[in-house]
Each structure stands twice: as C-alpha cells, then as structure tokens.
Design a protein around this ligand. Sequence first.
Ligand SMILES: Nc1ncnc2c1ncn2[C@@H]1O[C@H](COP(=O)(O)OP(=O)(O)OP(=O)(O)O)[C@@H](O)[C@H]1O
Ligand SMILES: [Mg+2]
Length: 253
Amino acid sequence: MAEQSFDKERPQDNSGTRGGADAFHRMPTGIEALDQLLDGGLPDGNSLLVQGAPGTGKTILGMQFLQAGIEQFDEPGMFVTFEEHPRRLYRDARALGWDFEAYERARQLLVVFTSPEAFLSELGSDNYGKLVREYGLRRVCVDSLTQFESYPSAMEQGRVRFERVINALRRDNLSVMMTRETESREAPFRVTPEEYLADTVIQLEYERMDETRDAQRVRTLEVMKNRGAAHSSSAHLFDIGVGGINLHRSSNL
Ligand SMILES: Nc1ncnc2c1ncn2[C@@H]1O[C@H](COP(=O)(O)OP(=O)(O)OP(=O)(O)O)[C@@H](O)[C@H]1O
Ligand SMILES: [Mg+2]
C-alpha cells in the first residue's frame, strides 16, 4: 500500500475513478480535515476504529461522524453507547453546538443506551435489521468496544466476538465507526485483534509536548492504517470546541 504525506493543497477526488491499486470509491465522512487525511474519505465498506486513552476525544469524534452524516448527506445514524446515558450525550453534544434531541425527534438519529450482552443479542436477532430499515440508517457508531472486554464469555475469544460484531453491523453497506479505549502511547504498545481486523484505524493522543511535568499537553490525530488506500503518514494537531474536532491540518509533528 502506497503511503503518502498529507498535502494541504492536494485536490480532492471522490469520483471513485482512481486507477491502479487504489481503486476504492471514497465515502466522505463529512469531517473535512479527516477526509483529507484519508485522501477523500473512507474507502467504501471500510470499518473505522478510533482508539485513544480516556479523554482523547473518541466519543466526540463518534458524535461528529453522525452529525456530519445527518447535516451534510442526510444520512440517518445510530449511536450505540454502553457508557453515557443519553441525557449526558445530549448535554455534551449541545456544548459542541449539536442538537441531538432534535435529530432524534426528526428520526434522523437513534441513540441506543444498552449493555454489551443486550446489544449482542439484538445483533443476533432481526431487531437490528428492523431498525436499519425503519430509520433508513446509513451510519452507526459503537462507543465503545472496550465494554465487550469486560463481558466474559467462555464460548468466544475476543477476536471472534469482534468479528461477529463487525460483520453484523456492516450489513446493507452501512458505514461503521467503533471506538476503543487504549493506554497512552507512553505505555508499552501491543497490537490487538481489533486493530488487525478493522480496515481503518485512527489513534487519538493527548500528551505533553516534552518530558517536563509542567509541559503543555497537545491533542493529536493519526491515521495508523487505511486498508486499500493511501493516507496521511503524520500525526496532526487538533483542538476540541464548538463544531467538535478541529484539525490543524498543516501542523505536522
Ligand atoms: N464543549 C467542549 N469544548 C471543549 N472541549 C471539550 C468540550 N467537550 C469535551 N471537551 C474535551 O474533550 C474531552 C473528552 O472527550 P471525549 O469524551 O470524546 O473523550 P473520550 O476519548 O471518549 O474519553 P473516555 O475514554 O473517557 O470516554 C474532555 O476531557 C474535554 O477536554
Ligand atoms: Mg468516551
């Protein structure tokens, strides 16, 4: 897979007519800077895994993925959360300038607050398929896969369970984003089954600029992998505020 550095000036190509080994049609996420890092968007059918330590912005990126789909492409989305009560999610979204309750009322968004056990059983039944049809869902965000790790099953290894989840979610060409909690990059790095199996992996960090204790922390986003297509090979600085994640595209580390 050819990797290339992010080029701010590079024109976008979402036409799906790229030649050679990079012939994927792109599905723009609607998060402009992210689409540029991914050379136009997610290759069609690619599942997106967003990883990072607590507080790095995973949930916000997930909300932004659904918000952008609704606002820019009229694509209804489903947010599956095992962690945050919908009321807190609405509150956090409101602070970022997004009215998730209005999206729900308009049936453009479905927020599902559930347990990993209940979610797995819904996936196994046709209830998920019914929701996909009823709402015309095009995007789904699962926040976060880490909750599955605390759900013991004698029958299934983590890898098998993750494969089952991802294959069930990917039906009807839905765009799937999953988040997953990882330790900081300062900790020993271990490649996990989720990283092998996801098609596109994004790593979020919130780290000190140098080793000194009073050094300022900076937020960075890096595309670690993008199966079948080119992507930026640098970490990019970002901040969080109204509008969600704002990537400083020209700032390379
Ligand atoms: N409205 C806002 N304005 C500015 N910064 C915000 C705002 N809302 C959240 N943040 C920042 O984003 C961080 C949390 O982001 P988020 O909840 O997406 O992290 P996370 O990676 O999902 O964390 P966790 O693993 O704990 O769920 C907060 O710690 C805060 O620094
Ligand atoms: Mg979160």
